[in-house]
Design a protein around this ligand. Structure first.
Ligand SMILES: [Zn+2]
Length: 312
């Protein structure tokens, strides 16, 4: 009888241990699932004219002594955005240096958690590195399209050759041309930084859900009121943090095929070399036009025509 009792007690104790183990393991599994971060990859294309402090082309040209300071401001603006992104839940950030030589951002000064795409030429230029694995795209330090005022260093891709670019009838700033590349890959543009006019154009083209952070107000093409540095850095960080916590509401910027490009140059000679390319028509002395079914194909042809015009 005593033996039987001991056996029952032992079985009871073992069952208790088994249940305890099961409960602990279920809890542990629950914890693993809830703490595992969903990937949240963010692509940032960083131009220079819309960076805080920049008001003149000399600050954006490597041969000017003013350039060294401006590239520091460029990395500071970018780092403020990156720190907000990681605080807001980003798991990976890829930065594409998107101005001139595309070697402006001092690699060792960039937030060490981010990857840097540096140098040129790159097939997708300001958008090199983006693909469908990203959940969000940010344009930092961007500028207004050619022919805007007041706007710091307004131009579209090439100040030397481009008067205007229209795609499907819309006169495009770079933010629209590049926004459609993000849209092509299914990635929404969620935030843009630059001067006040650039932010206005961005909301007009990419939609009012876009978060814009203005860092300065242009008073002319080469002059601006730069907002207090401390406020700008905190706005950039907070803007990125809040934006990335709610990327669901952002719509894609997608243009519909066929894509009709109209490239208006400053001078008629700049249009001439482009006529050597099959499918390109001259619709006015200074204007070339072509149509594609694939947006990236159209973007690459656009860049080829600009290169030909630059060498003419
Ligand atoms: Zn630029």
């Amino acid at each position: 009888m005593i033996k039987k009792l001991r056996l029952i007690t032992r079985i009871g104790f073992l069952s208790f241990l088994l249940v305890l183990c099961l409960v602990t393991s279920v809890q542990a599994q629950g914890k693993t699932t809830s703490s595992a971060k969903k990937p949240l990859k963010v692509f940032i294309s960083v131009d220079m004219e819309g960076i805080w402090g920049v008001v003149h082309g000399n600050q954006c040209s490597a041969d000017s002594p003013e350039y060294q300071l401006a590239r520091k401001w460029m990395v500071e603006d970018t780092n403020a955005i990156i720190s907000g992104l990681f605080e807001g839940g980003a798991t990976e950030v890829v930065v594409n240096d998107s101005h001139g030589s595309m070697r402006n951002i001092i690699a060792s000064e960039l937030d060490r958690r981010a990857e840097l795409i540096s140098g040129s030429p790159k097939p997708l230029s300001m958008m090199e590195g983006i693909d469908s694995s990203f959940q969000a795209c940010i344009f930092a330090g961007y500028h207004a399209r050619a022919g805007s005022a007041p706007a710091i260093l307004d131009h579209t891709i090439s100040g030397a050759v481009i008067y205007s670019i229209k795609i499907n009838g819309i006169e495009m700033p770079e933010l629209g041309i590049n926004g459609a590349i993000a849209g092509h890959y299914g990635v929404p543009v969620v935030m843009l930084t630059g001067d006040i006019e650039t932010c206005r154009q961005a909301r007009e083209i990419l939609g009012n859900d876009l978060v814009t952070v203005s860092v300065k107000e242009a008073t002319g093409r080469f002059a601006a009121r730069n907002f207090p540095r401390e406020k700008v850095l905190s706005d950039l960080k907070e803007g990125a943090r809040k934006t990335i916590s709610s990327t669901d509401k952002f719509k894609l910027y997608e243009l519909k095929p066929p894509y009709q490009f109209e490239v208006n140059f400053h001078n008629s000679n700049q249009a001439e070399a482009g006529l050597l390319v099959p499918g390109v028509k001259r619709i006015a002395p200074r204007t070339l036009s072509f149509t594609t079914q694939d947006y990236l194909e159209g973007f690459k042809l656009l860049r080829a025509l600009i290169s030909l015009a630059s060498g003419s």
